[in-house]
Design a binder for this molecule. Structure first.
Ligand SMILES: NC(=O)c1ccc[n+]([C@@H]2O[C@H](COP(=O)([O-])OP(=O)(O)OC[C@H]3O[C@@H](n4cnc5c(N)ncnc54)[C@H](OP(=O)(O)O)[C@@H]3O)[C@@H](O)[C@H]2O)c1
Length: 244
């Protein structure tokens, strides 16, 4: 596909769900993919399936050095980096009054600092080459209030505000970096696995079961954004089930 073939694309959260499916779709369209997550066995399986256009590294987005090592691996194996899909994230739920402060901190560490670590590893490359594309998975929760998921909602608002602000900085600095924020609705992945059992989880799970979409629809949205000509910036994409 136009403007995707031979592009080198780093994907965080590639061991399952949206990241895994996006790696498959991008590779099928001729991209070279660099896979990151903590579950190495899942990454290896995916890289084996894709073949020579994939490489992987067990890496945690919370660890800034591991993100730098990921970029180094991409350059060593494929010679450059053209785009990053900063997609790793978690969504444990609960009302604020439940005071699940460990969960709050994990969400801030992974959904916010993890994205920043990924960008910090990439920006020196993208700024120097005056090109690049940063795609981040926010959520529909990043466009509204979500009682029962307030901290998650906040982390997803953060990525939207940060990336949009960065986009203007890139224009001012003449670095020509494209930015895309993706806002998925209910997508059938492993995301709900970490939510503690409760009546609320049962209802949400039922909703996902009834109307949730395949992660392929988000993979196709990422493909669409990347495949545009270099002077076209697809800034925001909300993709949700018709019934949501
Ligand atoms: N599914 C939905 O309905 C939905 C809706 C809106 C937004 N999203 C967002 O979509 C993104 C992908 O989620 P998903 O739905 O595909 O769920 P998923 O299947 O649970 O995938 C989450 C991915 O993030 C990775 N990850 C989690 N913590 C990590 C860490 N510290 N370092 C590196 N990787 C880490 C996981 O890999 P390891 O555990 O192997 O590290 C996994 O590959 C998330 O940002 C999520 O918030 C999902």
């Amino acid at each position: 596909m136009q403007n995707v073939e031979n592009k080198v694309i780093i994907i965080t959260g590639a061991s399952s769900g949206i990241g895994e499916e996006t790696a498959k779709v991008l590779a099928k369209n001729g991209a070279k993919v660099v896979l990151s997550a903590r579950r190495e066995d899942r990454l290896k399986e995916l890289a084996d399936e894709i073949g020579e256009n994939a490489v992987y590294m067990k890496s945690d987005v919370v660890n800034a050095d591991e993100m730098k090592a990921l970029v180094a691996l991409a350059k060593e194996k494929f010679g450059k980096v053209d785009a990053v899909f900063a997609n790793a994230g978690i969504m444990p739920a609960g009302n604020m009054s439940e005071m699940k402060t460990d969960d709050w901190n994990r969400m801030v560490d992974i959904n916010i600092k993890g994205v920043l670590n990924t960008m910090a590893a990439l920006l020196p490359e993208f700024c120097a080459q005056k090109s690049g594309h940063i795609i981040i998975t926010s959520s529909r929760a990043g466009t509204m209030s979500v009682p029962g998921n307030a901290v998650y909602c906040g982390t997803k608002h953060f990525v939207r505000a940060m990336l949009d602000s960065f986009h203007t900085e890139s224009i001012q600095e003449g670095t020509n970096i494209r930015t895309t924020t993706i806002y998925p609705g209910a997508i059938k992945t492993e995301l709900l696995n970490q939510v503690a059992e409760s009546k609320a989880k049962e209802m949400v799970s039922q909703f996902y079961e009834n109307v949730g979409l395949s992660p392929e629809v988000i993979a196709n949205a990422v493909l669409y954004a990347i495949s545009q000509p270099d002077n076209v910036d697809v800034s925001d994409l909300v993709v949700r089930p018709t019934m949501e």
